[in-house]
Design a protein around this ligand. Structure first.
Ligand code: ADP
Length: 595
């Protein structure tokens, strides 16, 4: 039994509990998992939009460079430099820088242009350095996509690569500024960049140094804390001239708004997406009217050196929804795991219980075989002994002879009873037992059983009392089967009454039932065993230790037969000691008239 318990513990209980704990821990992480999955999905959106906006800026720069080349095909660089603001002025502040580093602005100039040139003249003519963020078209052989991926937060690049690129672009840059920290804190940031500084870093450089390593590029710089972009090109045919188009801050914002309108993903009721400027203020957003705590997006992607410190940020419009669905998933998982665990444990417990039951039954059957063998042997031994005695001297003394014969008769009856009990039980187990039921008066049947038994009881020193209600007892029954019950009960009363030897058979009718009670003053039945004694093969420890022989089948059989007749057999302690076994059977007519 302890081995079974150990196997159950090691093979079922502990693994189930371990599995359960693991599963529940996974379930508890659901919110993080769901958040990470959603974040990945939305991060792709912000990455793509950031890349698209960068792409649009570089595309615009390329367009500008092409226009310059087309114009150069038609005119001298020096002439173009002079006419440049007239030709391209409406797109922004158009200017040229001649090979001596002089800013050539030509004639037609707007107020904006005047202000821009005035503010930047010393930087543009290389007499002063400024903080700039250069991007060279040619520095990135993979084109725009490579650049953008490298600078997005989720991309493969990271700080180091960006600094290398910056260094490659501006080789003569006197200094690379340390990166500044991000203005926003996304709720979910890719693991590599958590609490990372903004991956773009400014260089301190003059215009020429910032533009010397490539033929084309974009230069971003903050002027009075507002971001401006300068598209520039240094075509070989221009003999040292640099042509540039500057977009003042408002033009940059307008450009981004236009790109955003074309590129932003379709409206999604669950999210809002925006482009934030260097002060984390929205420049463009979708849906148009949505508001959020701009510094706390769900995910965000930096746009890189083209728009330094600008970010594409995505916000969850109902942040509680995510937690809600995570809670639901967790709850469902908890329930499922709980259910599965309970099923495993209940199943395991049932298997263990069943195995234990089978073991006990097997044990009882083994006992039964040895008991029955014993019980067969005892009457056979007496029969043989008394038959031999009869042969030797029984014929001379009639009294002795009849005594011996009675003993032989009784012992053969005991043998028959035992064999009948075993055979009937086996038949019942195989559902092959059949009764010959018919309407009868049970009184004479009981009387007969009683009378055949009391001779022997009296010989054994019993006081026998017949206390039967007047007949008839009309029942529909197989008389042999009912007689078998009564004989089993009388035989038990005899077996289990070692000292005070009295047996009473008491019958009465009540509530449409016939009650047949067998009362003794024997050893009684231990408390708690009143029901178990009716189990097949069960023998109480008292009867085992007192050496009384038996098969453990008599009461099981009695109860089965009674049940097949619509009745019961029960046990009750007899006040003053001993037992009362009660057989009840339904009467055919509830209130039989005495004959
Ligand atoms: P058996 O008598 O062959 O053991 P039974 O099915 O007739 O089998 O009885 C089952 C058990 O019930 C007995 O082993 C005994 O412990 C208990 N028992 C039955 N009848 C009595 C009785 N009259 N008094 C005390 N115990 C009894």
């Amino acid at each position: 039994m302890t081995r079974l318990a150990a196997v159950f513990l090691v093979a079922v209980f502990l693994p189930s509990v371990a599995l359960g704990i693991l599963a529940l821990r996974t379930a508890a992480d659901q919110q993080a998992i769901l958040e990470r999955q959603t974040a990945e999905l939305y991060q792709n959106e912000t990455d793509a939009l950031a890349a698209g906006i960068g792409d649009a800026i570089l595309g615009s720069q390329r367009e500008f460079a092409q226009q310059v080349r087309d114009l150069l095909a038609r005119m001298e660089p020096r002439i173009l430099a002079w006419d440049f603001s007239k030709l391209l002025g409406e797109k922004g502040v158009a200017f040229a820088i001649d090979p001596d580093g002089v800013v050539v602005t030509g004639e037609s100039r707007t107020m904006d242009a005047e202000a821009f040139i005035a503010a930047n003249r010393s930087f543009l003519s290389n007499t002063a350095e400024a903080e700039v963020f250069p991007t060279a078209q040619s520095a990135f052989s993979n084109g725009v996509k490579g650049r953008i991926e490298g600078t997005t937060l989720g991309g493969k690049g990271g700080d180091e690569e960006i600094r290398n690129r910056a260094a490659a672009v501006g080789k003569q840059a006197s200094k690379v500024m340390p990166p500044v920290s991000r203005k926003i804190a996304p709720a979910v940031a890719p693991p590599t960049t958590e609490s990372a500084p903004s991956p773009v870093a400014a260089q301190i450089s003059d215009f020429q140094s910032a533009t010397s390593t490539a033929a084309d590029g974009v230069l971003a710089r903050f002027s009075q804390n507002r971001l401006e972009l300068i598209f520039w090109t240094r075509p070989p045919e221009a003999h040292g001239h640099v042509f540039a188009l500057a977009l003042p801050a408002d033009a940059v914002a307008a450009f981004v708004r236009e790109a955003f309108a074309a590129l932003a993903p379709a409206e999604n009721p669950a999210t809002g997406i925006a482009v934030l400027d260097e002060n984390a203020k929205p420049v463009a957003r979708r849906p148009a009217n949505f508001e959020a705590d701009w510094r706390r997006p769900f995910v965000a992607t930096g746009i890189g050196e083209l728009l330094p410190h600008w970010e594409v940020a995505l916000y969850l419009r109902e942040p509680g929804r995510l937690a809600e669905s995570a809670r639901l998933v967790t709850l469902t998982l908890f329930l499922l795991v709980g259910l599965a665990l309970s099923a495993i444990l209940a199943g395991g417990a049932f298997v263990a219980w069943d195995a234990r039951r089978h073991m006990l039954l097997a044990q009882k059957k083994t006992d039964f075989v040895s008991n029955v063998s014993h019980e067969l042997k005892t009457p056979l031994t007496s029969i043989r002994m008394f038959a031999e005695m009869l042969e030797r001297d029984g014929a001379t003394d009639p009294a002795r002879r009849s005594k011996y014969l009675r003993i032989i008769l009784h012992e053969s009856e005991r043998l028959t009873r035992l064999i009948n009990n075993v055979l009937d039980f086996a038949r019942m187990e195989r559902h092959q037992h059949s009764y010959r039921k018919r309407p009868i008066d049970l009184f004479p049947v009981l009387q007969d059983a009683w009378e055949t038994h009391i001779d022997h009881l009296r010989d054994a020193g019993f006081t026998c009392e017949w206390d039967a209600a007047p007949p008839p007892y009309p029942v529909t029954a197989d008389p042999d089967a009912i007689s078998q019950i009564v004989v089993n009960l009388l035989s038990n009363a005899e077996k289990y009454s070692p000292d005070q030897k009295t047996v009473i058979l008491h019958t009465f009718t009540a509530n449409g039932l016939l009650h047949v009670e067998v009362l003794d003053r024997g050893i009684g039945v231990r408390s708690g065993e009143s029901e178990r004694i009716f189990e097949a093969f069960h023998r109480s420890d008292d009867s085992l230790s007192s050496g009384v022989q038996g098969s453990g089948l008599g009461l099981a059989l009695a109860r089965r037969i009674a049940a097949d007749h619509g009745g019961t057999v029960t046990h009750r302690d007899r006040p003053g000691g001993g037992s009362i076994f009660i057989l009840t059977l339904p009467l055919d007519s509830p209130d039989p008239q005495p004959a």
